[in-house]
Design a protein around this ligand. Sequence first.
Ligand SMILES: [Zn+2]
Length: 146
Amino acid sequence: MSEPIKYGPAKLLPGDQIRISTNPDTEPFWLAAKEHRLTACQCAACGHFRMPPTAYCPECSSTEKNWPTLPGTATVFSYVVCNRNPKDGEPYIYVPVVVDIDGAPGARLNANVTGCNAEDVHIGMKVTVEWTEIQDGWVLPNFRKL
Ligand SMILES: [Zn+2]
């Protein structure tokens, strides 16, 4: 039996390598992130959360949305350990995750996780939001191990 792989500290991807685009359905999420508020799209008619935000609620077809401020904590639903920077292929350890957002049942978010070694990330791990400045003045939510 071989020893488990030791990757070392999970880094965040450099913010200057990340660019986003917005549309009328997603922009409120990104504007809240600029204020360091984690939110998720919630139907104003029936309360159903949906991420990514879409024009119509999949449950009741309403176009009305709320953007509640959430606690900023989450639980790792899934993850993968990456060992190359996608920009230049150089060795770089980072851990993309899908998290269940606390306070928004059913809403999940893709991000990166830090604050621990990559080999210690696991499904069910509790994390808290950490804000990363990216291109064009936007701010990206990532997560840190609690
Ligand atoms: Zn609805």
